[in-house]
Every structure is written in structure tokens, then in C-alpha cells.
Design a protein around this ligand. Structure first.
Ligand SMILES: [Zn+2]
Length: 179
């Protein structure tokens, strides 16, 4: 499959070819004398980088208001899920806190206090359950040992699927968080 990149060409007296990914698209600056086929070849060799940067550029940051809405929704949804899964895992828990974070989806303290990221509200429902079960299972094992995952899979057999979703799309979602 041909994999071309659309770009706007600006000629100048510069000595090298430069690529810039802007919100308006890809801009290529090139010396007057470099033939177009050479520019195309150069672009083609850089297309992985260009793609990555276009993607990065297209990430829409959430507004303060949107984050507050997510947090409100998470406060309704997540404690319900925790309440549902805790007896299935066979554990108790402490406080539940919803956070706006760019680094973690959830955490569990030694005292059993649970933290969850409000961005989970933008993920598929199964992802929320996967994170809830994961954190609750830390009430049994404060590690990621084989035994820990045996508990996770016992309670939530589809865990792998949603964990993979997070591995694949999670960082992109995290980058929507402002600040
Ligand atoms: Zn963990």
C-alpha cells in the first residue's frame, strides 16, 4: 500500500530540508535547488516520525470543566463497582478517592484506601472493572505476583483484554489530562 504524506512545501535559501508538524498540517521547508522527488524521498523516510507527531498534535486536552464532569461521574460510577467487586474478591476497603492524574489509573494503600483516575470514565466499561478488580486484589497481595493475578483472573476472567486496552490506548488518554 502506498503510504504518502500530504504536506505544504515552502522553498527558501536554507541548506537542508526541514519538517514541521503544525495544527494546520505538515510543513516542509526545503532549499530552492532540491528536486521534488528528493523531498518526497526524504518525507517518506521520515513518515513514521511524522505520523507520530500528527497523532500527538491531535490529542485534545480536556478543559477544567470536562475534568470536573469526569470526576463527578467517576464518583458515582466507581464506588458502585468497588462495592460490587469487593465481596467477590473477598476484601474490605477504606476511602475511595477520585484523582486527576497523568500517571496512574488506580492505587491501593496499605490501609485499603483506593484511588482512581477520573479519566477511566473515558475508557470502555470493562477497563473500569479491570482497574477496580486490580486494586482490590492488592488488598490480598501488595505485589504483582502470580498469586496476585490468579485472584484477578478468578474474579474478572476478561482482565487481560482490558489490561491490553490500557497498555495500547492508556498513555494517549493520559495525555488528554491538563496540567
Ligand atoms: Zn498493581
Amino acid at each position: 500500500m502506498e503510504d504518502s504524506v500530504e504536506y505544504k512545501l515552502i522553498r527558501s535559501s536554507r541548506k537542508t530540508i526541514g519538517i514541521e508538524v503544525s495544527p494546520d498540517g505538515v510543513i516542509v521547508r526545503a532549499p530552492y535547488r532540491v528536486p521534488v522527488y528528493e523531498i518526497d524521498e526524504f518525507i517518506l523516510s521520515k513518515r513514521a516520525w511524522i505520523r507520530k507527531n500528527i497523532e500527538k498534535d491531535n490529542i485534545q486536552k480536556l478543559s477544567r470543566e470536562e475534568i470536573d464532569e469526569l470526576a463527578d461521574r467517576a464518583l458515582k460510577v466507581i464506588p458502585e463497582r468497588v462495592k460490587y467487586y469487593a465481596p467477590l474478591v473477598g476484601v474490605t476497603y477504606g476511602r475511595i478517592t477520585i484523582r486527576n492524574q497523568r500517571s496512574r489509573w488506580g492505587s491501593c494503600s496499605a490501609k485499603g484506601n483506593l484511588n482512581f483516575n477520573c479519566l477511566l470514565m473515558l475508557a470502555p466499561e470493562g477497563v473500569v472493572d479491570a482497574v477496580v478488580v486490580h486494586e482490590l486484589c492488592h488488598r490480598l497481595e501488595m505485589n504483582h505476583s502470580k498469586r496476585f493475578y490468579e485472584n484477578v483472573f478468578r474474579v474478572f476472567p476478561e482482565y487481560r483484554k482490558y489490561d491490553l486496552w490500557l497498555k495500547k490506548f492508556g498513555s494517549r488518554l493520559m495525555r488528554r489530562m491538563t496540567g
